[in-house]
Design a protein around this ligand. Structure first.
Ligand code: SF4
Ligand code: SF4
Length: 340
C-alpha cells in the first residue's frame, strides 16, 4: 500500500487509515481478525477514540506482537480539563497496550466554549503539551466539525494535524481547510469519508478523496470484505470518470437538501434540541451498536419531538435546511424503526 507523508510529523502513513468506530459492533475475536487483515494489507495508520467503547482495547489486542514502530496509532480524548485529560490518556495507553500514541487529538472541538475550556489554564491542552514532553504522545492534534473553529485553531500553530469531515457531499474543507493544512504543513485526516455510513458507493467515495494528495481518508471498517474492497480501490488508483462525476452531482442534488454538516451554526434552539444529533441519527444507527446508538440518539430524537417550528434555526443554517420538517421525518423514521 502506498504511503504518504503526514505533514510536519514526517510520519509515513498508509494512503487510508483504519477508523475504529464500527469495530465496537464486532466481537473481540472478529475485531482482531479485521484489524490484522488491514495491517496485513498494508494499512499502518489506525485511528480511534477514548469514547468508542472498547475500540481501543480491541486494537490493543490486535496489535500485540506487532513491532510498535511499524504502526501509527491515533486516538482522541474528549476532556476539557487537564486532570480529566491525563486520566483519559493513561487509560488510552493502557487499553492500547502501548507506551506512546503517535497522534493524540482533542476530540471534536465543536464550540467556542469547548475551545476556551481546553486552552484555559489547567485545561486539557496543558495536559497534551506535557504528554508530548513526557513522550506519551508524539504529536498534538485535534478534530472538529466546525470549519471556522478548525481554521482558527490550525492557525494557532499548536497542532500537527487536523481531522474534519470530508466527502463528496460534505466538501466544505476543500476550499479553505485543505489549502491551509498544506500551507501549515499539517496532516489532514478526512473524517466520515462515506458520510458516516450514509454514502454506500465506496468506489465513488474513495476515488473522489484520493484525488487530494496527502489527505488521509479514515473509513470506519467493520468487516474483512470491506477492508479488502477498500484496499483494492486504493491500489487501483483509478481516477474519477465522467460518469462518476455525474453520479456525484446527482447524489449532491439528492442529499444536499437534507444533509446536515454538523456545524451547529443553527444553535441555540429555544427548546434545547440537539439538532445535528437528531438529523444525523441514521448514520449513528449504522455505525454504533444498537445500545450505544440508542443512548446517543434516543434523547436527541425525544427532544426533537418538542420542536415548536419557530424557524429560528433555519435562519442560521448556512445550508438552508428545512430543519423542523427534517426533524419530523427523523422522528417518524426512528419510531418506525423501534415500532414506537
Ligand atoms: S424550529 Fe424547532 S428546532 Fe428550530 S429552533 Fe425552533 S424549536 Fe428549535
Ligand atoms: S442543521 Fe444546518 S446549521 Fe445545523 S448543524 Fe446541520 S447543517 Fe449545520
Amino acid at each position: 500500500m502506498k504511503k504518504v507523508r503526514f505533514g510536519k510529523t514526517e510520519l509515513m502513513v498508509s494512503r487510508i487509515a483504519f477508523g475504529g468506530i464500527p469495530i465496537m459492533r464486532a466481537s473481540m475475536a472478529d475485531a482482531v481478525k479485521i484489524i490484522r487483515e488491514a495491517i496485513g494489507l498494508g494499512i499502518n495508520f489506525i485511528d480511534t477514540a477514548h469514547v468508542y467503547a472498547d475500540s481501543e482495547e480491541k486494537i490493543g489486542e490486535a496489535i500485540k506482537g506487532i513491532k510498535r514502530e511499524n504502526l501509527i496509532i491515533a486516538s482522541k480524548a474528549p476532556d476539557d480539563s487537564k486532570d480529566a485529560f491525563n486520566k483519559t490518556l493513561d487509560t488510552s495507553l493502557k487499553r492500547l497496550g502501548v507506551d506512546y500514541i503517535d497522534i493524540y487529538q482533542h476530540h471534536n472541538i465543536a464550540t467556542e466554549a469547548k475551545r476556551d475550556a481546553i486552552f484555559a489554564p489547567g485545561g486539557a491542552f496543558e495536559g497534551l503539551q506535557e504528554a508530548v514532553k513526557a513522550g506519551k504522545v508524539r504529536h498534538a492534534a485535534f478534530s472538529s466539525h466546525s470549519i471556522p473553529l478548525a481554521m482558527e485553531i490550525m492557525k494557532s500553530g499548536k497542532f500537527a494535524s487536523v481531522q474534519i469531515p470530508f466527502n463528496y457531499i460534505d466538501n466544505d474543507a476543500e476550499k479553505e481547510i485543505i489549502p491551509l493544512a498544506r500551507e501549515l504543513d499539517m496532516g489532514f485526516i478526512a473524517m466520515k469519508p462515506m458520510g458516516g455510513g450514509l454514502l454506500d458507493n465506496a468506489e465513488l467515495s474513495f476515488r473522489y478523496l484520493l484525488q487530494y494528495d496527502g489527505i488521509v481518508p479514515d473509513p470506519g471498517i467493520e468487516k474483512i470484505e470491506e477492508v479488502r474492497e477498500l484496499v483494492g480501490i486504493v491500489e487501483r488508483e483509478e481516477p474519477l470518470t465522467a460518469e462518476d462525476k455525474k453520479e456525484i452531482e446527482r447524489l449532491r442534488d439528492e442529499f444536499g437538501p437534507s444533509w446536515c454538516h454538523r456545524c451547529d451554526y443553527c444553535q441555540p434552539c429555544p427548546q434545547g434540541i440537539p439538532i445535528s444529533m437528531a438529523l444525523t441519527a441514521a448514520g449513528a444507527m449504522k455505525r454504533f451498536t444498537p445500545e450505544r446508538a440508542e443512548a446517543m440518539v434516543g434523547p436527541a430524537i425525544d427532544k426533537a419531538r418538542t420542536c415548536i417550528e419557530c424557524g429560528a434555526c433555519m435562519t442560521r443554517c448556512p445550508y438552508r435546511l428545512e430543519i423542523p420538517k427534517l426533524l419530523k421525518e427523523r422522528v417518524a423514521r426512528w419510531d418506525a424503526r423501534t415500532g414506537a
